[in-house]
Design a protein. Structure first.
Length: 219
């Protein structure tokens, strides 16, 4: 099934209503997302609901880099129809990066979880894909903190019904140019800059909302 923008609009509309029905969810500072031009939304990753929450509450449609295995699951048809991009996280997936660059070249929005997998949410590590795409396209980066999406059980637990969930948008930024620095080192520096700015935003969001990261997460 090919990308269907009208399906995206409908899914986002329905998703917002379901989210408000099931949880005490509130997006904050949505106006910080640039209205036009290429943008990469980067978020921390704690629970399964992070992707859906960022997808429906970001004021612009986003196409996410999504682990390839999900496209073989029951979600596969929906993921393809809403334009999500399959990526092999264990290699430099040129097809996925090429598709992502096309989205940004067309002035669209891209969603990435730089940590690569669910964890504590403090963004202690980051993969290089988001920084690479920002360097290659000049896209602005918007940090987003998602809080409250993990339950008190194991890694796959969901938050309790009517639990507090917040999607907090930070200020957009562009990466430093690092002119005169060799390519690999420039990418390493840019990745660390992105990681540090996202991590700082997550901590600021916990203070603003009063919602902590999962217990045991280092700050």
């Amino acid at each position: 099934m090919t990308y269907r923008p009208r399906l995206v609009d409908g899914a986002r509309w329905l998703g917002v209503r379901l989210a408000h029905l099931l949880y005490d969810v509130q997006p904050l500072h949505e106006e910080r997302v640039p209205a036009t031009g290429p943008v990469i939304v980067v978020s921390n990753h704690v629970g399964f609901l992070d992707g859906p929450m960022v997808f429906i509450f970001t004021p612009r449609p986003l196409r996410f880099l999504v682990k390839r295995s999900y496209f073989s699951s029951a979600w596969g048809v929906f993921l393809r129809a809403t334009g999500q991009i399959p990526i092999d996280q264990n290699s430099a997936d040129r097809d996925a990066l090429g598709a992502a660059r096309e989205v940004l070249a067309g002035g669209g929005g891209l969603g990435i979880f730089p940590e690569g997998t669910r964890g504590g949410g403090a963004v202690q590590t980051a993969q290089q894909g988001a920084a690479f795409l920002a360097q290659a396209t000049g896209a602005q980066i918007v940090p987003v903190a998602v809080l409250g999406t993990k339950g008190t059980g194991g890694r796959d637990s969901w938050p309790k019904l009517r639990g507090r969930v917040r999607v907090v948008v930070g200020d957009a930024f562009t990466l430093e140019k690092h002119r005169g620095v060799p390519g690999r080192e420039r990418l390493r520096l840019s990745t660390e800059e992105l990681r540090a700015r996202l991590a700082a935003h997550v901590q600021a969001a916990t203070r603003e909302t009063g919602l902590a990261l999962p217990e045991g997460t280092p700050e």
